[in-house]
Write a protein of this length. Structure first.
Length: 145
């Protein structure tokens, strides 16, 4: 790979085809904390959007349910798909999302990182990870308060 190619590529943005964009927005915006920064509305209906969280992004597009654009696959959409977001403090993300009513996995240390994960309405798994010196396989325990 030459220097021009390596500096030309700026960002990888996962693009999820979803079954219900309103339900997905409740999860990603209201629950996780993403902000919708771009959108495409067709005939009064939101069809696609760009969601931003810090320097990370996701795109969502609802599958067309009729007409010549119809193409929703059969089966569970997100099965086997996992996106990892490296962040400064995965424990903070965990506390924020559970405070907003989402179910997140109890954080644990794996590969030198705190890891917590959530599954969206279509089965896509998102993980938040942050580097730590805490021993491997440590599970997070809420501080006594």
């Amino acid at each position: 790979m030459n220097e021009t190619t390596s500096t030309n590529v700026k960002q990888a943005v996962p693009f999820f085809g979803v079954s219900n964009i309103d339900e997905s927005l409740r999860f990603y915006v209201d629950g996780v904390g993403f902000v919708m920064t771009k959108q495409w509305v067709h005939e009064g209906k939101l069809c696609w959007c760009w969601l931003q969280l810090g320097d990370a992004a996701l795109m969502l597009q609802e599958f067309w349910k009729d007409g010549h654009h119809e193409r929703q696959p059969e089966g569970k959409l997100g099965q086997g798909v996992s996106i990892c977001f490296v962040c400064e403090d995965a424990l903070m993300i965990y506390r924020e999302v559970i405070a907003r009513g989402l179910k997140a996995s109890r954080p644990f240390v794996g590969n030198g990182m705190w890891v917590t994960s959530l599954t969206d309405p279509d089965g896509f798994r998102i993980e938040f990870e942050s580097y730590t010196d805490v021993p491997e396989e440590t599970e997070y325990a809420e501080p006594a308060g």
